[in-house]
Design a protein around this ligand. Sequence first.
Ligand SMILES: Cc1cc2nc3c(=O)[nH]c(=O)nc-3n(C[C@H](O)[C@H](O)[C@H](O)COP(=O)(O)O)c2cc1C
Length: 216
Amino acid sequence: MTQMQSLAYQTLAGLAPKPVRGDVPQVIKLPRPDLLAGVPLMAALSLRASTREFAATPIPIDTLGALLWAADGVNRSISGGRTAPSPYGFQEVDIYAALPNGVYRYDPPTNRLILKHAIDARNMAGYQDFVGTAPLDLVYVVRTSKLLTVPASQRDTFSAVTAGAISQNVSLFCASAGLATVVRGWINHHLLGDALSLNEDELPILAQTVGFRIAD
Ligand SMILES: Cc1cc2nc3c(=O)[nH]c(=O)nc-3n(C[C@H](O)[C@H](O)[C@H](O)COP(=O)(O)O)c2cc1C
């Protein structure tokens, strides 16, 4: 990001985690999505846009389940194929969900969220003011150990394309479901590594804030 581009995004500091709110389940079983819900694809494409103002309203569990399935859920049970493509089907990008009641990793095969860290890390998921108050921040994390057979010169590009496909799935789901979202590359990789309790081979590369629009 150039200095001009970063200046265009409003910032706010305060990057310490907050105590969690509400129950902190170890595992959250997600409902299956309604495959007939939302507006048609062409209408969703006509609505897709970045939004940087969010209501604090929590995202209902049905919507969260549908959103994560759209992002990178299993859409072919026999092969385990996902809604987003990945190089050689390595599925090297994990989705972390920073929620008010903890940081969770989405596990597509079981369609569950698994607790990684019992902190409210939303405000650590980026530098912009809405990041800590919107109900959900997704962080796309590359498991670099899954890419060892890919030539080193291609690993960054391949994993960025996978994360981009996931984020576009999320953007189109949000457009279809009437949610607001913005994909964000302006993140603190080291801070997120701690906030998400990542291993050394796991690298956060992209984030995406999701929530409801503030009513006009
Ligand atoms: C890779 C990438 C990184 C981005 N990073 C940020 C970011 O850190 N913060 C932000 O507010 N928007 C970010 N954006 C959103 C762009 O600013 C936005 O897509 C662009 O201004 C076009 O607006 P639109 O999405 O409404 O068409 C990013 C978009 C992409 C594709």
